[in-house]
Design a protein around this ligand. Structure first.
Ligand SMILES: C[S@@+](CC[C@H](N)C(=O)[O-])C[C@H]1O[C@@H](n2cnc3c(N)ncnc32)[C@H](O)[C@@H]1O
Length: 210
């Protein structure tokens, strides 16, 4: 939705259209890209672009200010050809992206709201998971982390209803991972570690439909 008086009204948004191939936005070619939902201050996307030279990433951040600042930082660090952050509500943006073009979806520390009236703002929902399944290539990964055990349990319960997302954690049959294997950490993750808070990390892999 256009917000002309907003100081970051010029934050980049996805190209127009109902069918957008994310691969075309960050380098082109057939190789799938990675998506981060709600990158906030952007530590994860920046660190991963730096650590993994073949990574091509798109962040969808609903806050115009941070979408704009992080997109500029990515460009300033010289990664603008393979990394972008767009000012988008992921719930509206994901349905516009081409199926089977994404190798990994990252959701780090989403949804800090607890009150019932905030339920409609929650990003982690069964609708979102349907889009994630549609976007992932076979074998593609969904990674979620939170320092709120109850949030993680809610997410595990949501994913347990999705037949095409199989747990891919450390132990067989579990989605839980002891550490983050992606060579990059999100700002909230760094804060949780500094504060000594336990972090629940969950990984799933897209498998064929039963
Ligand atoms: C608690 S912050 C965590 C930020 C970052 N992922 C981290 O771990 O440091 C949640 C982030 O998700 C963003 N967000 C919430 N709902 C969103 C949505 N529907 N689409 C895109 N971003 C969203 C918020 O603006 C915020 O930046």
């Amino acid at each position: 939705m256009p917000r002309p008086n907003h100081p970051y009204a010029d934050a980049a948004v996805l190209p127009d259209g109902d069918v957008i191939d994310p691969r075309a936005i960050v380098g082109g070619g057939d190789a799938p890209v990675e998506l981060e939902i709600g990158p906030g201050r952007g530590g994860f996307i920046l660190e991963r672009l730096e650590a993994v030279p073949e990574a091509r990433m798109i962040g969808l951040e609903v806050r115009l200010k941070w979408a704009s600042i992080v997109d500029d930082r990515i460009k300033a660090r010289g990664f603008g050809d393979r990394g972008r952050v767009f000012a988008e509500d992921a719930r509206r943006a994901l349905p516009r992206l081409t199926a089977q073009t994404v190798s990994a979806v990252f959701i780090h520390f989403p949804d800090p709201w607890w009150k019932k009236r905030h339920q409609k703002r929650l990003v982690a929902s069964s609708h979102l998971l349907s889009d994630v399944v549609r976007l992932l290539v076979p074998g593609g990964e969904l990674f979620f982390q939170s320092d709120v055990e109850e949030r993680a349990e809610q997410f595990e319960a949501l994913v347990s209803d999705v037949a095409q997302l199989a747990p891919a954690g450390d132990a067989s049959g579990s989605a839980r991972l002891a550490d983050n294997p992606y060579s990059a950490r999100s700002p909230r993750e760094r804060r949780a570690i500094a504060d000594g808070l336990p972090v629940v990390r969950l990984r799933y892999r897209k498998v064929p439909a039963p």
